[in-house]
Unconditional design. Structure first.
Length: 209
């Protein structure tokens, strides 16, 4: 009968997709182990669930190709940051885990915030990161606390306190524009900058040894 496993058996598994963090050979092996049955009888749901167990896989499409091939099209997650040095955050705010030894090698910014705040933090990070990057900086740490006080730490160690009312990010832009002027007039670079003032900024400098 047409639904019998031995009828038109699947003999080929083909993986398609741009894989960076997923080993395609391991993925192929797992799929081959669960892709049992014939062209018409194979359990596509079982195959799909097996692929989605790989932490980096965001989505998978599975197709039968006549007469004996199973085509697996996969899409990996685009990682944006680490969440409180524990999980990873993808571009949709989804938290997922990978082996710890891999996290430290990714060079990602750290997000910190109250529970269930990752989506809100990602949204504002996406607004501010292009502005910061345009001036030659990058964000090392970003988030807010229970009092809704936003902050970021730049890659050079400077910590910025941000205003939650600065919807157009004018205060951040003002600081970045005068940053190099501050360096030229001060012997020490600032280590803490408070941008929550309407008409100015507060700057704290490190003490010399």
């Amino acid at each position: 009968m047409i639904l019998e496993p031995h009828t038109l058996p699947m003999t080929t598994v083909r993986i398609e997709g741009h894989l960076i963090n997923t080993d395609p050979q391991v993925l192929q092996t797992i799929v081959s182990q669960v892709a049992k049955g014939g062209f018409f009888s194979i359990d596509m749901t079982t195959v799909r669930l097996a692929v989605l167990k790989f932490p980096w896989i965001k989505d998978v499409q599975i197709h039968r190709q006549w007469p004996n091939t199973l085509l697996i099209q996969v899409q990996e997650r685009q990682v944006i940051a680490q969440w409180q040095n524990k999980a990873l955050v993808d571009d949709e705010g989804y938290l997922f885990n990978v082996p710890l030894k891999r996290k430290g090698d990714l060079g990602l910014p750290q997000f910190y915030g109250p529970p269930n705040s990752v989506g809100k933090i990602l949204e504002r990070y996406n607004q501010l990161a292009p502005l910061v990057n345009a001036y030659g900086f990058s964000i090392h740490e970003f988030g807010y606390n229970a009092r809704q006080t936003w902050y970021m730490v730049l890659d050079n160690g400077i910590k910025l306190r941000l205003s939650r009312y600065d919807k157009k990010n004018t205060r951040l832009q003002r600081f970045i524009k005068v940053y190099h002027r501050l360096l030229s007039t001060q012997k020490l670079p600032p280590v803490y900058v408070d941008l929550r003032y309407t008409n100015g900024i507060a700057v704290l400098h490190a003490l010399a040894d």
